[in-house]
Design a protein. Structure first.
Length: 442
């Protein structure tokens, strides 16, 4: 950044130096031009007035076509012509800078070729030239201007670099703190949060987003650890039972029926298979999003799943609309099947299902008349492997992943699944975004 400032300011300084130098030289040449014309106008046939220095003009000379000085002021008396350069043929006047041997500063010289009429009247047609010169100002001759601008450029570059370093350092200090805190956050300690500076600028938003990310990461890792712990616990029981059965068969071969042992072991492996399938399904839904969604008639899908469960406790449906939802037929069908099967399992005499449309959503309510679920357990039942006592009694072979899997599927469809208050039994409410709300005719 400092180098960039130096380059930019050097270019600006060169431009300023050229402009100031041109301005000073233009002022000097204006004086020398005026001096040449004034002296030339005063010349008469047979008479050339002695030159006199005027204003800032130090040197005046009249030179003939043989480069001989025929008249000069006191400052150039006895000196050779200020220059040997002549004006071009198409112009009578010329400005230039000369460095004669007797002057160490340089001279700004204006050369005027006298008109042919003046040359004819005064010198019988022989060309003559008027030289007017002034020494370069010390600031230009000794390069004080360049030195001053160079010092100013270096000082300005240093000041700009220092100010940038201070401002950038102050600006990036919170970013550095955020980076260091993010580096400290590891899988073993995700409770750290980055310091959030005051205000609502980009850095404050970065800190807020970083803390949000860390919070989500902590929840995800905590959920993963809890899931792994519960999965291990759920698998440990059948593994222990299978180990005990096989160990008894080997230890007491005369007392244990091999056929019965094999049957029990086969039943245990089936339970293994069911748990593993549920785990794979839960993980797949949790880690991936719904693919290739399609428009589905939720009322028709609900009736299909009810028809598949026509045995057992009767299910009654009341639909006030025919909404279309966007999603996976297999996944949403699985959610409805799981809710209906759970309601049948816990109901005493009937299951009531309603389908309504409200606020751009399709609302499916599954109500049984069983024992219900206490308020403190209504969120726990959606956690993996959580099984209440009533559920274990009615479905001893289950593994407690059905409702957890259903909620994950519903979340993947941008919907919600919850348990709401009811006078009797459990009331599961499923909400999904509806593409339309086609209501039935009265």
């Amino acid at each position: 950044m400092g180098l960039l400032f130096l380059i930019v300011l050097t270019v600006v300084g060169a431009f300023v130096d050229g402009w100031i130098r041109s301005k000073i030289e233009a002022d000097v040449f204006r004086d020398t031009r005026r001096a040449t014309f004034e002296w030339a106008d005063a010349m008469q046939p047979g008479y050339v007035p002695p030159p006199e220095s005027t204003g800032h003009v130090d040197y005046l000379q009249l030179v003939d076509d043989q480069e001989r000085v025929t008249a000069a002021n006191a400052a150039t008396a006895g000196k050779p012509p200020l220059t040997t350069v002549r004006p071009p043929a198409d112009d009578r006047i010329l400005n230039l800078i000369e460095y004669p041997s007797w002057d160490d500063r340089g001279i700004l010289v204006t050369i005027l070729r006298l008109s042919p009429q003046a040359a004819h009247l005064v010198w019988n047609g022989r060309p003559h030239y008027v030289y007017a010169g002034d020494e370069q100002p010390p600031g230009l001759a000794n390069h004080y201007l360049e030195i001053g601008i160079g010092i100013a450029v270096l000082f300005a570059s240093a000041a700009a670099a220092w100010a940038t370093w201070v401002v950038v350092g102050r600006t990036l200090r919170p970013v550095k703190a955020i980076s260091e805190r993010m580096r400290e956050a590891t899988a073993s300690d995700l409770s750290l949060r980055v310091p959030a500076p005051p205000g609502d600028d980009e850095i404050a938003q970065l800190a807020h987003n970083s803390n949000t990310y860390l919070e989500r990461l902590e929840k995800a890792v905590t959920s993963q650890r809890r899931f792994a712990s519960m999965a291990s616990h759920e698998l440990r029981s059948p593994v222990t039972a299978l180990h005990v059965q096989l160990d008894e068969a080997l230890t007491y071969p005369q007392q244990v029926d091999p056929h019965e042992t094999i049957q029990t072991a086969l039943h245990t492996t089936e339970r293994f298979q069911a748990i593993i399938d549920e785990l794979l399904a839960y993980t797949r839904v949790k880690e991936t999003r719904t693919s290739a969604p399609e428009p589905l008639d939720l009322s028709a899908l609900l009736q299909e799943e009810m028809a598949a469960l026509s045995f057992g406790t009767p299910i009654w449906l009341k639909a006030t609309c025919h909404p279309t939802v966007l999603g996976s037929r297999v996944q949403l069908g699985g959610v409805l099947c799981n809710l209906l099967a759970n309601a049948q399992r816990h109901a005493h005499s009937r299951v009531d299902v309603t389908l309504e449309c409200a606020g751009g959503q399709a609302v499916v309510t599954v109500q049984d008349d069983g024992e219900g679920i206490s308020p403190e357990d209504r969120e726990r039942v959606f956690e993996p492997f959580v099984r209440l006592a009533e559920g274990q009694r009615l479905d001893p072979g289950g593994c407690g992943l059905g409702l957890a899997l259903s909620r994950e599927m519903v979340n993947a469809h941008r919907g919600s699944l919850a348990i709401e208050d009811s006078l009797k039994g459990a009331r599961f409410v499923l909400r999904l975004p509806a593409m339309n709300e086609d209501r039935e005719s009265a």
